[in-house]
Ligand binder design. Structure first.
Ligand SMILES: *Cc1c(COP(=O)(O)O)cnc(C)c1O
Length: 424
């Protein structure tokens, strides 16, 4: 199946007389005829469902669909993108370990890494996504367990040189974990360029309708955990799970099985089956929406570039953008629908622009099918002064514009009238 067909059909194949649409199995528990039959499930000796925190048919079907879209061997859904990124690292690192991470990452992820995971004893070194091989190499320590980055960063829109980061990670014997939320597997499949683990906030384009908060972790199955003694959690017996050694018992499925059997068991960040169902509806049209998001964003970016009340435009799909060539290599069919730009006249003009929009809605969200827009300096970053704003790459005039799938003429007309008002 081609990827567009997989959006509709992967993960769920009904048998004769079964529902055509993926059913919502809204049940915490599952019935068995004997305790012995259920015991085998607990010992991971047989496949089957017993408690939804560990596995649920609706959730599993949606995870299998996303694994197929990314070209991975296994996946697990989580209750948010935050949980996905936390688990992706905590599954292979513990107190005393170290992670190399790109500094151009989502603010929530930066807090998770630099504040909360630091409290758990995991240390992070942040490097520029534009680092050379030498600069990446210099960040490694003997206790480094992974490299983390975003394919297209939120909100700064840097594009990752996936092959460079993957080869550096592999030279140091660790996997590359990539948050692929913005391009989605429709526009970029990081496993094809050497990434080992992919995460998503499914809250964004994958859902696309702003109905559920969710996340997913996908394993390529390509990283050999047994090559060194860096990953004892995967390669030596898990005393908390009947002495199972995940790599011996589950081969390419080891990483995801451990994430479920250990982390989901103990931390419990599962999505509800109803949310997985909503996510699946979004996935069915993902390929159609991404195409429209990208073509609309290109037209909006070109319009902004030509407008006298706009001082700068950042969109990796635009010729002349710093990441144009890298984006063309890794995302030849398009990047995503998010653009950032500056309004002439700074903070006041940016606020006036925002307040004058009629169709485009002010919302703390991106990647929705409806166009939404945010002025970080007066909302998410309003406690920061001008200098602090500059330090985190958010200028006072920056507008983060998430282009939806409406008729692009309506979007541009709305922007045009609001820009005119911002200049008065
Ligand atoms: C939104 C986002 C997250 C966090 O996901 P939630 O679903 O909000 O928990 C992580 N990474 C990226 C790139 C995001 O855009």
């Amino acid at each position: 199946m081609k990827i567009n067909t997989k959006c509709l059909h992967a993960g769920y194949e009904p048998d004769n007389g079964e529902p055509r649409v993926l059913p919502i199995v809204q049940s915490t528990t599952f019935k068995y005829e004997s305790s012995e039959a259920m015991g085998k499930l607990f010992d991971l000796e047989a496949n089957g469902y017993f408690y939804t925190r560990l596995a649920n048919p609706t959730n599993d079907a949606v995870a299998a669909k996303i694994a197929a879209l990314e070209g991975g061997v296994a996946a697990v859904l989580t209750s948010s993108g935050q949980a996905a990124n936390f688990y992706s690292i905590f599954n292979i690192a513990q107190a005393g370990d170290h992670i190399v991470s790109s500094s151009a990452i989502y603010g929530g992820t930066f807090n998770l890494f630099s504040v909360t995971m630091k409290k758990l004893g995991i240390d992070f070194t942040f490097i520029s996504p534009d680092s050379t091989k030498e600069e990446i190499d210099a960040a490694f320590k003997p206790n480094t367990k992974a490299v983390f980055a975003e394919t297209i960063s939120n909100p700064s829109l840097t594009v990752l040189d996936i092959e460079l980061f993957a080869s550096c990670a592999h030279e140091h014997g660790v996997p590359l974990i990539v948050d692929n939320t913005f391009p989605t597997p429709i526009n970029c499949r990081p496993f094809e360029f050497g990434a080992d683990i992919v995460t998503h906030s499914t809250t964004k384009y994958m859902d696309g309708h702003a109905t559920q908060v969710g996340g997913v972790i996908v394993d390529s199955g390509n990283f050999d955990w047994t090559k060194s003694d860096k990953y004892p959690g995967l390669t030596t017996p898990d005393e908390s799970y009947h002495g199972i050694t995940y790599t011996e018992r589950f081969g390419k499925g080891a990483y995801i099985t451990k994430a479920v059997a250990q982390l989901m068991r103990d931390l419990g960040s599962i999505p509800s089956p109803h949310n997985a169902f909503l996510l699946n509806l979004g996935l069915e049209t993902l390929f159609l929406r991404m195409e429209r998001h990208c073509s609309n964003a290109m037209k909006v970016a070109k319009f902004l570039e030509s407008n006298e009340n706009v001082t700068w435009v950042n969109f990796p799909g635009l010729e002349g953008n710093k990441y144009y060539e890298v984006a063309k290599k890794y995302m030849p069919n398009g990047t995503c629908g998010v653009i950032s730009f500056g309004v002439k006249g700074g903070r006041d003009a940016a606020t006036k622009f925002m307040d004058s929009l009629k169709l485009c809605t002010i919302a703390t969200h991106v990647a929705d099918c409806r166009t939404c827009v945010l002025h970080p300096a007066s909302t998410t970053h309003r406690q920061l002064n001008a200098q602090q704003l500059e330090e985190c790459g958010v200028s006072e005039d920056l507008i983060r514009f998430s282009v939806g799938i409406e008729d692009v003429d309506d979007i541009i007309e709305d922007i045009a009238q609001a820009l005119e008002k911002s200049a008065k």
